[in-house]
Design a protein around this ligand. Structure first.
Ligand code: ADP
Ligand code: MG
Length: 676
């Protein structure tokens, strides 16, 4: 018997059960033992029926009478009268006709369920029922609730775990014993026993604390090891070309901000090092990240290195190509654009140019990572809006060079410091915490749907001054199932109604790439006054003359997303406005009030973090694959503890391979979080 044994070998697991377990991703004894409850229900106290109050309870009773009624469409309702000698009570089950057969006879049962008022009387709704003479698993204790992956029943998991209990007891501890002691942690086996068979709430808390430490320690150790292995690499030496940089800066139509200068200088210094750069450039929307990347590409080109700049959408890639062409061409640095829309002969020609070094800076979408793309001498890689790419995609691009190229990952997603450590632990970070000079804060207002016409007047005021506007809707087409606004319908409405004298563009994800490009080009050149668009403009789009954005059904968006959308305006010295139109005239939430008050992405991220927890914001979006079961990425105390141990572990040059289970877990995290 061992932990890697298939679950089929466990008593009570037949073919059907095995199938269910496999479907939920549980194959071995180990898998099931480490499958943690997501919640608990406290049924540990048996109450007398005479004392029962509304809420979740366990009673110990026998069944006096049971009846099945068939109602509409094959539904059944099973009702029973339960008695424990103190009083009687009604129980009801929906679509569980087998209860009738189960409860016949005089046996005593534990019933655990919710006692509530419904259908005009008090009753116990859908209680679980287990014979007192059997060992109960779902009643009469604090009952763990497991995630119902593909319909997997908690009840089944509980039963099997009782069979496996002896295994849990002998589970080896994945952490080195000295760490368990110094951190005052519960031994691993005890922690798992406590989670699957808790005695009380305190028991559960200590157990969760132990497992959360493991997850965080593994994650941070992985980051430390990634950092260490990165330091072994030899990259390209790109010496500082002062003249090239000075000329570039002098040629800009604006003054760089201090933050931009600082970030650029950090990059230039990294270029000169032996070790390839591994840097995250974090800057709020509109803080001017592109020009920093452009400056670095200029520097690389001046000593004969190519740069690759990857963006998540075609719109953004072609916008970058245009911006960079304007910035770099005057210095004889050539820029190429590679997207899915470049086809046939033109594409072949571009491939040739990239391979021969005829193009210095290649801007593109995912098209850049295809096998056919070969570089002459790739020295510098930029990933814009890096959270939109998977680890594998970043790696594929980086591997198009003989040596590890310098990497600059850019993001507008502001991450509070504590989180950055767990999510980007191995990266050096540059922050653009300053907006270009002369920018006025965007004025943001929540707007009632009943006063749309006043809002159109305000937009018209801007258009009359020669400015432009965005109107954002969440849907492409109207949908009968909900009331959300669609771009198609709004486009039609605005064209014949309030803005019939204006030029209006329509942009959404279903347009062909060439159509999107034409629509964007018309808006960028000022040919159209208003762009009605879905959130495809959310990332990166830069049309400085646009000064007003109206977002329909704003309450349906997350704070981060609204902030991103708002960032489409406020990109010039003109005063800009953001109007958030509510779905209904109810009082807006606290969350939305915050965005009305603040223009600071970092502050808003912190608010989102406090209001919704880090799982909501970064868990899935950034690192869904990490699959943290217990730890939260924003738990600063835990992070500090785990980081100290992880650093000590690496500094002491301890051999990870001595701890096999730990090594496996850490290796998995290393793969998932590594940027190159
Ligand atoms: P983001 O950080 O959101 O990617 P962009 O790189 O798109 O921002 O820059 C936003 C706009 O600000 C662009 O139009 C850019 O030309 C302009 N810009 C960048 N830096 C400055 C600066 N220092 N002064 C004035 N305008 C700037
Ligand atoms: Mg950008």
């Amino acid at each position: 018997m061992n932990l890697q044994m298939p679950l089929e070998a466990v008593k009570g697991v037949g073919e059907k059960t095995a199938e269910q377990l496999h479907a939920a991703g549980l194959d071995t004894v180990y898998d099931l033992i480490t499958f943690l409850p997501r919640a608990y229900e406290d049924f540990s106290e048996v109450v007398a029926i005479a004392d029962i109050r509304p809420g979740k309870h366990t009673i110990k009773a026998h069944c006096e009478k049971v009846e099945i009624k068939r109602v509409r469409r094959g539904m059944t309702v099973t009702t029973a009268v339960l008695s424990d000698g103190t009083a009687k009570l009604n129980a009801v089950w929906f679509n569980q006709p087998y209860r009738a057969a189960q409860l016949k006879g005089d046996d005593e049962y534990y019933f655990s369920g919710t006692y509530e008022f419904s259908y005009n009387r008090y009753q116990l709704t859908n209680p679980s029922a287990e014979k007192v003479s059997d060992m109960p698993v779902s009643t009469d204790r604090i009952v763990p609730i497991y995630r119902a992956i593909k319909g997997l029943k908690s009840q089944l998991v509980r039963k099997l775990l009782i069979e496996l209990r002896p295994f849990v007891r002998i589970l080896p501890d994945p952490l080195p014993a000295d760490i368990v002691t110094s951190q005052n942690l519960l031994p691993y086996a005890e922690a798992l026993l406590a989670l699957h068979f808790p005695k009380d709430a305190r028991d559960i808390e200590r157990a969760r604390d132990r497992l959360a430490f493991d997850e965080m320690f593994d994650l941070l150790l992985a980051a430390e090891l990634n950092k260490q292995s990165h330091a072994q690499l030899t990259g390209w030496h790109i010496p500082f070309d002062k003249k090239a940089v000075q000329e570039f800066v002098a040629g800009l139509p604006f003054q760089l901000t201090d933050a931009q200068r600082r970030a650029a200088w950090e990059i230039i210094q990294d270029f000169e090092r032996e070790i390839p750069m591994n840097r995250l450039l974090q800057g709020d929307v509109g803080s001017g990240k592109t020009v920093v990347a452009g400056l670095a590409a200029r520097q690389a080109a001046s000593v004969g290195f190519q740069s690759a700049i990857m963006a998540p959408t075609e719109i953004l890639a072609s916008q970058h190509a245009e911006t960079l062409t304007n910035l770099l061409q005057p210095f004889g640095v050539s820029v190429g654009l590679l997207t899915g829309s470049v086809k046939g002969k033109a594409r072949q020609e571009l491939y040739k140019q990239i391979a021969s070094g005829g193009v210095d800076v290649v801007v593109g979408t995912h098209a850049l990572i295809q096998d056919a793309v070969e570089f002459h001498r790739l020295g510098f890689v930029v990933i814009d809006e890096q959270h939109r790419f998977g680890v594998a995609q970043r790696q594929q691009l980086l591997h198009k060079s003989e040596r590890m190229p310098h990497l600059l990952a850019m993001t507008a997603t502001p991450i509070p410091r504590s989180l950055a450590l767990t999510v980007y632990g191995e990266l050096d970070i540059s922050v653009l915490n300053e907006r270009p000079k002369g920018r006025k804060p965007i004025l943001t207002k929540l707007w009632s749907p009943n006063s749309r016409s006043q809002l159109y007047d305000l937009i018209e005021e801007q258009l009359a001054k020669g400015r432009q506007a965005y109107v954002i809707c969440s849907l492409i087409d109207d949908n009968a199932d909900n009331e959300l606004k669609s771009v198609q319908a709004e486009y039609k409405k605005l064209r014949v109604g309030p803005f019939k004298h204006r030029q209006i563009g329509l942009l959404h994800g279903k347009l062909k790439p060439a159509e999107k490009e034409a629509v964007m080009a018309d808006f960028a050149s000022g040919k159209t006054d208003i762009l009605v668009s879905t959130t495809v403009v959310e990332v990166g789009v830069d049309v400085p003359n646009a000064t007003v954005i109206m977002i329909e059904n704003a309450d349906r968006f997350g704070l981060a997303q609204l902030h991103q959308l708002r960032g489409r305006v406020g990109r010039s010295e003109h005063q800009s406005y953001c109007y958030l139109v509510m779905s209904d005239s109810k009082a807006p939430s606290k969350r939305l009030r915050e965005i009305e008050k603040s223009n600071d992405g970092f502050y808003l991220a912190q608010v989102d973090l406090d209001l919704r927890g880090p799982g909501e914001i970064y868990g899935r979006a950034q690192h869904g694959d990490l699959n943290l079961q217990v730890a939260t990425l924003g738990d600063t105390k835990l992070i500090a503890r785990a980081q100290r141990e992880a650093k000590d572990f690496v500094a002491a040059k301890r051999d990870l391979l001595q701890y096999k289970q730990l090594a496996n877990q850490v290796e998995r995290y290393q793969r998932l979080t590594k940027l190159n």
